[in-house]
Design a protein. Structure first.
Length: 187
């Protein structure tokens, strides 16, 4: 299981919040609804509590401006709008995210700690992992094949699916390599 990194989570929550506010001013509830509608939450998990904290902190930093809005008989709602400073922070945070670093692969525990297992058991487990990866690859390919871009949705979910397909393909190729290393008694 991946180790939680609060700094990365916070940075991504800020990016997500600022991203959702680029076109419209929204309250926290509408922002959460946008996450669902655009299916961002499926690829970048973020808790509602973290979103609300981020909105408050981003406002304190001058990245957002809020105002109270009364809607019918409902209690007033706080609506947020992104500022130029918020747009600048959004760009800076994306620059940080653009540095490609791969961390916390699920394979680390298996690959790093399987050396005490008999060779045949390691190969069996690696083959099972490869089989599971192929099933996942098939699922992703079907998802991509049937993906319908929603008009006006700037979130490029299909690109994330395509990226994941390529990453799983690479993972499968590496598992073949790993199985060969086990067979040669090098792993």
């Amino acid at each position: 299981m991946a180790t939680r990194n609060p700094t990365e989570e916070w940075r991504r929550t800020c990016i997500i919040s600022l991203f959702c506010l680029m076109e419209d001013e929204l309250n926290g509830y509408n922002l959460k609804q946008r996450l669902k509608k655009w299916r961002i939450h499926k690829h970048l998990p973020v808790s509602p509590a973290t979103i609300y904290r981020a909105l408050g902190k981003l406002e304190e930093q001058g990245c957002l401006i809020s105002r109270s809005v009364k809607n019918g008989n409902y209690p007033p709602s706080t609506v947020f709008r992104i500022t130029e400073a918020g747009k600048q922070l959004y760009q800076e945070l994306l620059e940080e995210e653009a540095s490609f670093t791969r961390t916390e692969f699920s394979e680390h525990v298996f690959i790093g700690m399987c050396s005490y297992l008999p060779r045949e058991e390691r190969k069996r487990m690696a083959r099972k992992r490869k089989q599971d990866a192929r099933r996942h690859l098939k699922y992703l390919q079907q998802k991509l094949d049937h993906y319908e871009q929603e008009e006006g949705k700037p979130y490029a979910e299909w690109l994330l699916i395509d990226h994941e397909i390529h990453m799983v393909e690479a993972q499968i190729a590496w598992l073949d390599h790993f199985i060969d290393l086990i067979a040669k008694n090098q792993a």
